[in-house]
Structures are given as structure tokens and as C-alpha cells.
Write a protein that binds this ligand. Structure first.
Ligand SMILES: Nc1ncnc2c1ncn2[C@@H]1O[C@H](COP(=O)(O)OP(=O)(O)OP(=O)(O)O)[C@@H](O)[C@H]1O
Ligand SMILES: O=C(O)C1=C[C@@H](O)[C@@H](O)[C@H](O)C1
Length: 306
């Protein structure tokens, strides 16, 4: 297929399981591209035949290493310093994406991590800079359910019903190229989902639970059904539930090809904690860790063939 072939209007998906049977969905098809409000049309570019003229081991030196952006970054006092830092970060983001893109060979990026870890925020930045399309798997399940929210799907049907549909959405996405996918926080618990996500590159956004609880408390827990049963103030109940979920899932997130630890980024930048890390700084680290993963894959291939 021609790499420029854009299939946005012709891509139809079988409805994820169950919605037809219960009459929630009338036409039986989910049109991802047209219903993703604010997201670019879905482009499916077949780049299987593409071969980069450079290999990872031959790659040109990166003009600006990530550490450059982290230099002297402690709590800038002046607005102009902040602006300069974000201009620096944008420049580094762009440079890093140009460096990594040829080696992606169109593979999708799946962001995994706890609810509130920034998969959507960071995923949109990465998709933009790589020229990929962005999808949020929770949103796709909601669309398949005729606009029913995740919270309502849990309430009206069940968690396992939601999980079945989440798996079906991931299966369909796994057939595509050049996507950044923000997965649901619990997508990692089903082994079959890893089979789908491993068609691309999986990245774990590892955020300390206190930071997650702060973010979630700031926007409320209404849209997060797994937090509904806790009592207490929003921060405390989010923290309690997140701790349990994290214990249950710790191992599962660690299946990802690459791990982006916010604590690690904060330490590199000389920040005391992760609170002031910008989504762009996190997006840069995602690309750095993807590059490390691709490099290690290539090293293994060379070792196997020698
Ligand atoms: N680096 C950051 N610093 C501070 N707040 C952030 C950062 N990244 C994301 N947020 C905020 O945290 C909240 C959750 O972010 P986001 O929706 O991107 O997470 P998510 O992993 O996609 O969540 P979910 O799995 O629940 O959909 C949002 O309110 C967002 O604005
Ligand atoms: O952590 C989880 O299990 C969930 C996270 C959200 O993204 C949604 O997928 C849903 O609320 C379940």
C-alpha cells in the first residue's frame, strides 16, 4: 500500500463486543477517525517496506542531549526564564523526535500507566511531534457504547464488560500504524492486551502515587469508577485506592518495553519532586527511553547474528 494512502473515511471497525447484543449500538461499526473530536484523521501508513539508510548504531550524534535542557532548571524565578526553558524544551523535543522517528518504522506507541499518569497529555504531544495520530482507548470504548461514559459502563454493565470492550479496541488498534495510544489504566491486567500492544512499543509512565492522587483530587473522581467506593476527602480516597491498585498491578506495568520514571526525570533536572515537571519534559524522556529500547533491540539482533 502506498505510504500516503489515507484511510480515514474508509476505516470501519467491528463494534467491540457486547454493545450490539444489548442494543446500545445501532450500526455495528465504530468509525474511529470521525468521532475522535479534536484529533487528526486516522492515517494508516504502510511503511513495512521502508528501510532507513542509517542504522541505530550509525546514527548521527544528537545535537542537544536531554541533560542540556535540565541544566540550571531549578525553580526559575523570572517569567522570562520559564519561557526560555520551555522554548529550550520544545527545541529538544523536536530534535529528539527527528532523531528517533526514522527508527520507529511506523510502529505505534502504547502509553501505559495508572489513571492520571499523563498518558493523554503526554501522548498528544508525542503524536504531534512524530506526525502520528492520537487515540485514547477509553474514549474509543465510550464511542462504541454510543457515548456512554466509562463510569456509566461500569455501573450499568460491569467492569468485565468494559474490559472485554477495551481488549477489542486494543486488538483493532494493533492492526494499525503510526498511532500514539493512551491506554486505560487497567489495560495492563489482561495478558491478551499485551499481545496487542506489543505489536508496537509500550511505554510505562511511572508517576509517584502522591502526585497521581493530587492530580485526581484536583479534577474529582466522578469519571473514575474504581475510586467511587472509597470514603474520605478526594486526595485521601484517591491515594488509598491507587495504593491498592498499584500493588496489584506493579508487575504488570513493568512488562512495558520502556519505563519513564518521573522521579528519575526530576532527579536529572535537579527538582526536589515531580510537581513541576512539564508534560514536554516528560515527552522528551519518553522519546529518549524509546530510543534506548530500539538501540537495545538492535544490539541484541547484532549479537544474535554474529
Ligand atoms: N506533567 C503534569 N503535571 C501536572 N499535571 C499533569 C501533568 N500531566 C498531566 N497532568 C494532569 O493530570 C490529569 C490527568 O492527566 P491525563 O488525563 O493526561 O492522564 P491519563 O493517564 O490519560 O489518565 P486516565 O488514564 O485516567 O485517562 C489531568 O488533569 C492533567 O491536566
Ligand atoms: O485503572 C483502571 O482500571 C481504569 C482507568 C481508566 O483509564 C479507565 O479505563 C477505567 O476507569 C479503569
Amino acid at each position: 500500500m502506498d505510504a500516503a494512502a489515507t484511510c480515514a473515511s474508509s476505516l470501519h471497525y467491528c463494534s467491540p463486543v457486547g454493545f450490539n447484543e444489548i442494543g446500545k449500538k445501532s450500526n455495528g461499526f465504530l468509525r474511529l477517525s470521525q468521532r475522535s473530536k479534536g484529533e487528526r484523521s486516522l492515517q494508516v501508513l504502510n511503511v513495512r517496506g521502508f528501510r532507513s539508510s542509517r542504522t541505530l548504531t550509525q546514527r548521527r550524534p544528537v545535537a542537544f542531549e536531554l541533560s542540556c535542557s535540565y541544566k540550571n532548571c531549578q525553580a526559575p524565578a523570572l517569567e522570562s526564564e520559564k519561557t526560555r526553558d520551555s522554548v529550550d524544551e520544545l527545541f529538544i523535543l523536536k530534535t529528539k523526535s527527528q532523531d528517533v522517528a526514522p527508527y520507529m518504522t511506523g510502529r505505534c506507541i502504547y502509553l501505559v500507566g495508572m489513571m492520571g499518569s499523563g498518558k493523554t497529555t503526554v501522548g498528544k504531544i508525542i503524536s504531534e511531534v512524530l506526525g502520528y495520530s492520537f487515540f485514547d482507548s477509553d474514549k474509543l470504548v465510550e464511542q462504541a457504547a454510543g457515548g456512554t461514559s466509562v463510569a456509566q459502563i461500569f455501573k450499568q454493565y460491569s467492569e468485565s464488560f468494559f474490559r472485554d470492550n477495551e481488549s477489542e479496541v486494543l486488538r483493532e488498534l494493533s492492526l494499525m500504524r503510526r498511532l500514539v495510544v493512551a491506554t486505560g489504566g487497567g489495560a495492563v491486567i489482561r495478558p491478551i492486551n499485551w499481545k496487542y500492544m506489543k505489536q508496537g512499543i509500550t511505554v510505562w509512565l511511572d508517576v509517584p502515587l502522591e502526585a497521581l492522587a493530587r492530580r485526581i483530587a484536583a479534577v474529582g473522581t466522578d469519571s473514575r469508577p474504581l475510586l467511587h467506593n472509597e470514603s474520605g476527602d478526594p486526595y485521601t480516597k484517591a491515594l488509598l485506592r491507587l495504593s491498592t491498585l498499584s500493588e496489584e498491578r506493579g508487575e504488570a506495568y513493568a512488562n512495558a518495553d520502556a519505563r519513564v520514571s518521573l522521579e528519575h526525570i526530576a532527579a536529572k533536572m535537579g527538582h526536589r519532586d515531580v510537581t513541576n515537571l512539564s508534560p514536554i519534559a516528560i515527552a522528551i524522556e519518553v522519546l529518549v527511553q524509546i530510543e534506548n529500547f530500539l538501540k537495545s533491540q538492535e544490539d541484541m539482533t547484532i549479537a544474535r547474528n554474529s
